[in-house]
Design a protein around this ligand. Structure first.
Ligand SMILES: Nc1nc2c(ncn2[C@@H]2O[C@H](COP(=O)(O)OP(=O)(O)OP(=O)(O)O)[C@@H](O)[C@H]2O)c(=O)[nH]1
Ligand SMILES: [Mg+2]
Length: 431
């Protein structure tokens, strides 16, 4: 980590800048070549499939018709899950060699990545993250960079920084931590604006990294060859189902087998929505169409299906619940009990989804959820539409829950594991 931070994107000599540009060019050429080769192989594949008489339409029918199953019919799960494969219709494509590309490449390079190992997916995600955080940046960083200017930092700059941090929902605790650290440095030595900015980034990373460090797991991913159950919880409309769909797809693209439990039976259209995500990802869905069916019973069936098929990741969609609705809280507790009883050996994660556009309001929800759901982590969604991306720091400092994934768009690939370095660089990008 330390190495990454010393490699601040802002702190480069001209020669280093040129090296970075060369690195980005090389990366661009490599990805371009890769994409052309892929296109060629798809063309060859398509002409083969045309010859082999309609196999494409068969596969399509299989995924659109059989992807939902009732909880009573587990034999279907087996057949379906054996076809557990990624339907990759939403492959990103390489854009122009522009400022956004070079910025994304720089972020990867700064983390010690090699040109040979980077993917279009990563570049694409970083570009989106950077663009997605534009609103937060406009209300925070642009002013901040202006305030920092070219002169050494002064106590007045810190006062202004404090206001800016609070305004972008960073929260009182995290803001205090940052300002105190900066003040301490400032008392010890003169800080020029470049070093001030580097130090600020380091402090921001420290805040979001702390709960991750405390959890003992740098990256949350399913354990191979064992059952992992991830409960997706949060109040209504925050993006639970969308997140679950994106996670299913990410899991499959990463080589894990997955299954979805449609345990939100509270809202009529919820099961349908989960099925659509299941279809898009090529992941089977365990559901029960009966209105207000018992979510715990669906989870019960889903665990049975997951075990018999040796599924590695079971994703559980839950109803949007409000802290005032005690019955919904009880339901969540019941689901959790079923999991603990039926699959005590499973690695259970309870991920709270928070909508970044709600800023710190989402935090009180986090607190009230903690009890019923034994929360283990947070997913922050809608960073693309939010001016309150700073909430990530408030979440980390006030809940001590690790941020595991972030969502920045409605597309199936618009979710990635949280990486503090990338997040902070995207937030403070000077473009
Ligand atoms: N822009 C943007 N929209 C998102 C993101 N994640 C989810 N959404 C949108 O937010 C809306 C609500 O998403 P859902 O996934 O249905 O939310 P939910 O929490 O499951 O909602 P309930 O089941 O009603 O509680 C949808 O229109 C999603 O497309 C994101 O990262 N960015
Ligand atoms: Mg939902």
């Amino acid at each position: 980590m330390q190495e990454q931070k010393d490699n601040s994107l802002f702190d480069k000599s001209n020669a280093e800048e040129q090296d970075s540009l060369d690195w980005a060019k090389e990366a661009y050429e490599k990805l371009k070549k890769q994409q052309e080769e892929k296109k060629k192989s798809i063309l060859v594949q398509e002409s083969k499939e045309l010859k082999s008489n309609d196999s494409f339409s068969n596969a399509f029918e299989a995924s659109s018709l059989d992807n939902s199953i009732t909880s009573n019919d587990q034999s279907d799960v087996k057949e379906n899950a054996s076809e557990n494969k990624v339907l990759d219709s939403e492959e990103p494509s390489l854009g122009e060699f522009d400022k956004t590309f070079t910025w994304s490449a720089k972020v990867l390079e700064a983390q010690g990545r090699k040109v040979e190992n980077i993917s279009l997916d990563e570049i694409n995600w970083l570009s989106r993250l950077q663009q997605g955080l534009e609103k937060t940046r406009k209300g925070f960083v642009t002013d901040l960079l202006d305030k920092f200017g070219d002169d050494p930092l002064t106590p007045e700059t810190l006062d202004e920084l404090e206001t800016l941090l609070l305004r972008s929902d960073v929260g009182v605790d995290a803001t205090d931590q940052i300002i105190n650290a900066l003040r301490k440095r400032l008392n010890e030595e003169v800080l020029d604006s470049k070093e001030g900015l580097r130090f600020l980034k380091e402090q921001l990373c420290k805040i979001v990294d702390q709960p991750i460090k405390n959890s003992g797991k740098t990256l949350l991913m399913p354990s191979e060859n064992s059952l992992n159950i991830w409960l997706i919880v949060g109040v209504n409309g925050v993006g639970k189902t969308t997140t679950l769909g994106k996670l299913a797809n990410l899991a499959l693209r990463s080589g894990f087998s997955a299954l979805i439990a449609a345990a939100d039976t509270f809202r009529a259209a919820a099961v349908e929505q989960v099925k659509v995500w299941g279809e898009r990802s090529g992941v089977s869905v365990v559901a029960n169409e009966t209105p207000n069916a018992d979510p715990a019973a669906i989870v019960f069936d889903a665990i049975g299906a997951a075990k018999s098929k040796k599924i590695e990741l079971l994703l559980v969609d839950t109803a949007g619940r409000l802290q005032t609705k005690n019955n919904l809280m009880e339901e969540l507790t019941k689901v959790r009990k079923i999991i603990d009883r039926l699959a005590p050996e499973a690695n259970v994660e309870s991920l709270l989804v928070l909508d970044a556009t709600q800023g710190q309001n989402g935090l009180s929800q986090a607190m009230s959820f903690a009890k019923s759901a034994n929360l283990t982590g947070v997913v922050i969604t809608k960073l693309d539409g939010s001016a309150r991306g700073g909430v990530a720091f408030a979440v980390s400092s006030q809940t001590n829950l690790p941020i595991r994934f972030i969502g920045a768009g409605e597309g199936i690939r618009d979710l990635r594991p949280f990486n503090s370095f990338e997040f902070v660089e995207a937030l403070l990008a000077d473009s």
